[in-house]
Design a protein around this ligand. Structure first.
Ligand code: ZN
Length: 107
């Protein structure tokens, strides 16, 4: 992945808490694309990139596969995160993040 080499600068991450406007809660079971397991609606922590900045967003609604743990986010949830981050929001804390490159041969 040549295009990733430019990411090797220290970047700051912000942790924000997402309080979603109470959305109509559709109870519906999704099937996992990878293992055909069933998903369950859960509140998770999501790494979210917006305009070249990384945010950790807590309390994000996701469908999580009960078998393999794969997470699926609804498009409207992702839009709501973008919206939250673009306007004034409460930052719970800021972290320093290490960006490292994985070398398969370095053992
Ligand atoms: Zn799965």
């Amino acid at each position: 992945m040549e295009g990733r080499s430019r990411c090797s600068v220290g970047s700051a991450m912000a942790i924000v808490s997402l309080s979603l406007p109470s959305m109509p809660c559709e109870v519906r079971v999704m099937q996992c694309e990878f293992c055909d397991g069933q998903t369950k609606l859960k509140a998770v922590k999501r790494q979210h990139w917006l305009n070249g900045k990384l945010y950790i967003v807590e309390n994000v609604e996701a469908e999580v596969c009960t078998a393999c743990g794969e997470r699926y986010f609804h498009a409207k949830t992702l839009d709501a995160i973008d919206e939250l981050l673009l306007k004034q929001h409460v930052v719970e804390k800021t972290l320093d993040v290490e960006v490292v490159r994985f070398h398969r041969e370095a053992a």
